[in-house]
Design a protein. Sequence first.
Length: 344
Amino acid sequence: LATGPQIQTQFVAEDFQSRTVEGHKIHVALLNCPAPEYMATTYGVNRDSILNRSNFFHVIDGLAADVMHDIIEGVLQYCIKLLLKSIIMEEKLLTLNMLNDRIESFDYGYAAATSKPSPIGANKLTTANTAGLGQSASKMWSLVRFLPLLIGAWVSHCHLKYKLFLLLRAIVDLLMAPVVSVRTAVYVRELILEHHKTFCELYKDSAITPKMHYMVHLPAWILRFGPLRSMWCMRFAARHKIFKRLSTAMSNFINISKSLAQRFQKCICYQQLNKDNFLKDDVCVTGTMRKSTDSLVYKRELRDQLQIDHTEIDIATSAEVLGTVYKRGCCVVTGYYHDLPEFG
């Protein structure tokens, strides 16, 4: 529980009163008072959830944060928009056309080709800061990862607001990590505290938004639920996109739930009957070409690693291993040395 002024100056979870199951019941009971609207806006509770009828679950301590909506579509859109407004419209380190040309021509690689960021319209930088940049979650996720390469030629690493963005990017990398530890949660807590303090110093006319305040509680959620990426809504949103396209194509709103369910089940049935999509092998290769091992630069390493004596070998242009596609030219993390990744 927090007030608007509190979230502007306090950036540690212990500074706020946590919600409890007993307190939630009291807040729900207050909705029956003569002024339910006032109680709803004061405590942020509109009604009791039907999920609370379960003997083994309660929304207060059972629901995890969604980093897709809170971080990618919330905090990142807000903070990157402030950065771009500063370096483009105020400091004029580059123009919006220069940035959009860079976005269009940049080589994102095959892994991010389907989530390439969209060009940013001039109206996006002139609207309210909370309006965002008009990027979808997947495109925003690509933009935050590639932005240093997109604007690094014009913005110095000593630029204070750019350094703040790099700090936010480091926080996001840890929040999206597939494996976390207690040490991760403690480290993220300190980084978030540093980020919010610096944000208030550099952007004096911009407020800490509610979603930025939610970041204060994320270390505790990591300790309770583990990697937050395992509970984000990205895959659900991707599936929901199929239904939105279907509803537009069918133009049938009499019993849209039934229509969508039937069409989706037919789609799943087709995928399962198609031998190429159902029960695929763990490893699938495409574009194989037979070559002599003597013509390969790395023939000795290949023979030592695979322990083969063949004079010829099939070389594939791409390989799909457990759903992940690897192509020639991609970099793969093979291990870590002193907490730094090693590539192969």
